[in-house]
Design a protein around this ligand. Structure first.
Ligand code: GLV
Ligand code: MN
Ligand code: MN
Length: 413
């Protein structure tokens, strides 16, 4: 059989994505499938059923990462791996993460129905808690597996209700036995939506990322003095929310001030006690800074801290900052990225080289194995929202590129 002619079944991929999108479906057309929630469990159960249908060997590790292995002729040689994540943002989209898992599943189904034997084994993976929204940091499953995050530290992380990661993993029945410890991987590919506006603007079908920006996460705690809003005069208040508001604007103004290629965002804020007639006594918020230029990002954070200190002093609201997590910028394996590009072109798809502004499990995989990604356009450049959308034919194109890249890597001796 001429494997170069092998194509995925686009209709089946669409049906699979649509079935998955029913789990945690929101009224606005998105999905709410937070890591280790009941919805995550239900999606995992369905995923396992589909893996069993094509006779994959299933491994669930102690981080809840799910692997499915298809044997190769050279069973002992390191496998080719592909996947992404099943978890979503709160009221997130139907494509982020799940496209990469279902795209890899579609590639494996195609190999299965064609009874194709590859030299190397081919594996699929669902990495636990990529989003980092319920439990921080992000990319926990892949980070621990790659040896970059301590398992017990991950187990101890709590959500806003005080629920522990390790206990929730146990509760949904996905705390596996297998050590979350990396084994040799010949190549890792991750198919994903772009999550930005570039491919659509350029009118291109396949994005070929050369890498991923560096990501820096911080948690900020501002202390004020809570009091009755009515009898307390405006002068001399220590309003933690007002102090935080000033700080947040500094974060927003920062990229312009730095004059470089950098973005900075406050996306999460908790105001205590959060009552309309109590002066806010305490605020916790997050800062996310991203740039390909890691030094610029670090400089930006140092500048911000000075601003925070000045605001805290003026308002009599002490501030404490914690660095929650960071990953320097990721430069993918050039040989694999070239393969993605060439494969897409051979399949007749237009391509566009780019940098990913979003984080992916590929960050940690890239630290331990040759890694590349395949992007498809996001309609209107919207992602992490319910209206996140991609054209089915673009998803199919991405899965075809993935299938052919997997076949090439799996044939290498
Ligand atoms: C993950 O989705 C991220 O880019 O934060
Ligand atoms: Mn994702
Ligand atoms: Mn995401």
């Amino acid at each position: 059989m001429d494997t170069k002619k092998l194509k995925v079944n686009g209709k089946r991929l669409q049906a699979t994505l649509e079935e998955m999108a029913r789990i945690g479906a929101t009224s606005g057309g998105g999905v709410h499938r937070l890591a280790l929630s009941d919805e995550d469990k239900n999606a995992r159960d369905l995923f396992l059923r589909w893996l069993r249908e094509i006779h994959l060997e299933i491994i669930i590790d102690e981080m809840g990462n799910i692997f499915g292995k298809r044997t190769g002729k050279n069973e002992q040689s390191p496998p080719v791996l592909s996947g992404s994540h099943i978890d979503s943002q709160p009221k997130g989209g139907r494509f982020d993460g799940i496209l990469g898992v279902m795209g890899a599943l579609e590639a494996l189904r195609t190999l299965h129905e064609n009874r194709l034997e590859t030299q190397r084994p081919v594996m699929i993976v669902d990495w636990t808690n990529e989003e980092g929204t319920r439990f921080s940091p992000a990319m926990m499953g892949s980070g621990a597996w790659a040896g970059k995050l301590d398992r017990d530290l991950a187990y101890g992380r709590t959500d806003i209700h005080g629920k522990k990661f390790g206990e929730e993993l146990q509760r949904i029945g996905y705390r596996g036995e297998h050590p979350a410890r990396r084994w040799p991987i010949h190549a890792y590919y991750e198919l994903h939506i772009e999550q930005g506006p570039i491919l659509e603007k350029e009118g291109k079908i396949i994005g070929v990322p050369q890498g991923i920006v560096g990501i820096y996460w911080f948690d900020i705690y501002v202390e004020g003095k809570a009091n009755q809003v009515g009898p307390t005069p405006m002068g001399g208040r220590n309003d933690a929310l007002c102090a935080a508001a000033e700080m947040i604007l500094k974060v927003n103004e920062l990229p312009d001030r730095m004059g470089g290629n950098i973005v900075a965002t406050v996306g999460e804020i908790h105001n205590f006690p959060n009552s309309r007639n109590i002066i806010p006594g305490r605020v916790h918020y997050t800062v996310d800074i991203r740039s390909w230029d890691d030094e610029l990002a670090i400089q930006a954070w140092e500048d911000l801290q000075k601003d925070f200190g000045r605001i805290a002093e003026r308002r009599g609201c002490p501030v404490r900052s914690e660095k929650t997590w960071s990953v320097g910028h990721t430069a993918f394996d050039e040989r694999l990225a070239k393969r993605v590009r060439k494969t897409a072109e051979e399949l007749g798809y237009s391509i566009h080289p780019m940098v990913s502004g979003a984080g992916h499990d590929a960050v940690y995989l890239n630290q331990v194995a040759p890694t590349a990604m395949i992007f498809v356009p996001s309609m209107g450049g919207r992602s992490h929202v319910e209206v996140e959308n991609s054209r089915w034919e673009d998803c199919e194109a991405g899965a075809n590129v993935l299938l052919q890249c997997l076949l090439q890597s799996a044939s290498e001796v």
